[in-house]
Write a protein that binds this ligand. Structure first.
Ligand code: IPE
Ligand code: IPE
Ligand code: MG
Ligand code: MG
Length: 320
């Protein structure tokens, strides 16, 4: 990750500065909660995607820096909200904002970050970007609601799973890349290619996130394992176990989904691994990774394109 940032080190620093600057508020609680989650770090993958996409297309402008900060603000807002609805206790190696400050401050400061992102977008003054980001944030919200509605439903299949992760996660990766191409005044074709690159990358990224929820190391991830199971979230590892597991394993998983309980997480994680569901999910992620690389190969060879390729590889080969 560190090496990837080197290609756009100066711009990356500018994005981080802008993020801190834009957290400013006269209301102490906004700054306290905002800084709490922002200062904990995070991979800053999405702003990196903006900067590298821009550079791969020619030049990374001031507008790209602002757009990268916008994308990270939106991502951070979704994390604040997501940890409330997922009842999560650990994020970026710290107690979640909801655990530390409570649900209300997390939701409200999440709203602050969302709306700050739109204030920054208005400043950019690009109607295409505004249109695209209004649609994107609306779709993310739908994705999270859809997932909520389907929690506890052991009939959820792969198509529905793909629909949810596309909306809640991949669409923001797509918007980061598409927006970078838009600000570079690229033709519709190039924008679409970048969008498809981001979309496939985002799907692969979320599939690995769902693997890590059963197989990850909380210390490395900075998040707890078992959160998905606790919420009755039917992710690809569980969907596959419901097909490939023994009758007893299937029953175990069905009951956990219906009860929305992480009781017996060790047993379930063992079943998920034994029946090959994690390998299956990783193989699916690999396919989306490959599709992402295909889209990338249409761009001219540059250091930035090379970094995007490596970032794509890291997204499916990661422990955090
Ligand atoms: C977490 O995203 C939310 C998902 C879409 C899985 P990241 O793993 O990029 O989170 P940070 O920003 O690095 O903490
Ligand atoms: C993250 O989904 C998607 C959004 C934040 C919109 P998850 O709930 O799977 O991500 P983590 O595991 O909490 O980071
Ligand atoms: Mg979550
Ligand atoms: Mg998760």
């Amino acid at each position: 990750m560190h090496q990837l940032r080197a290609t756009v080190a100066r711009e990356f620093e500018q994005v981080n500065q802008l993020i801190v600057e834009q957290l400013h508020s006269d209301v102490d609680m906004v700054e306290n909660v905002g800084h709490y989650i922002v200062d904990a770090g995070g991979k800053r993958l999405r702003p990196l995607l903006v900067l590298l996409s821009a550079t791969a297309l020619g030049e990374c402008s001031k507008a790209h820096i602002t757009f990268a900060a916008i994308i990270e603000f939106i991502h951070t807002a979704t994390l604040l909200h997501d940890d409330v609805v997922d009842l999560s206790a650990l994020r970026r190696g710290r107690p979640t904002a909801n655990a530390k400050f409570g649900n209300a401050p997390s939701v409200l400061v999440g709203d602050f970050l969302y709306t700050r992102a739109f204030q920054l977008m208005v400043r950019l003054g690009d109607m295409d970007i505004l249109t695209q980001m209004a649609e994107t944030t609306n779709t993310i919200a739908e994705g999270e609601v859809l997932q909520l509605v389907r929690a506890g439903d052991d009939n959820v299949g792969e198509t529905q799973y793909l629909d949810v992760i596309t909306r809640k996660t991949a669409i923001l990766f797509a918007a980061a890349c598409y927006g970078a191409a838009t600000l570079s005044s690229r033709d519709t074709n190039t924008r679409q290619q970048l969008r498809d690159f981001g979309l496939n990358l985002g799907i692969a990224f979320q599939m690995i996130d769902d693997v890590l929820d059963y197989d990850g190391n909380p210390e490395a991830m900075g998040k707890n394992v078992g959160d998905d199971l606790m919420e009755g979230k039917v992710t690809l590892p569980l969907i596959h176990t419901l097909r490939a597991g023994t009758a007893a394993e299937q029953e175990l998983v069905r009951r956990a989904i219906r009860d929305r309980s992480a009781n017996g997480i060790e047993q379930i994680a063992a079943a998920v691994k034994r029946c090959g569901a994690l390998d299956y999910t990783r193989a699916c992620a690999q396919r989306y990774h490959d599709r992402a690389l295909e889209k990338l190969s249409l761009l001219p060879v540059t250091d930035a394109r090379d970094a995007l390729e490596r970032l794509t590889g890291l997204s499916i080969n990661r422990d955090r």
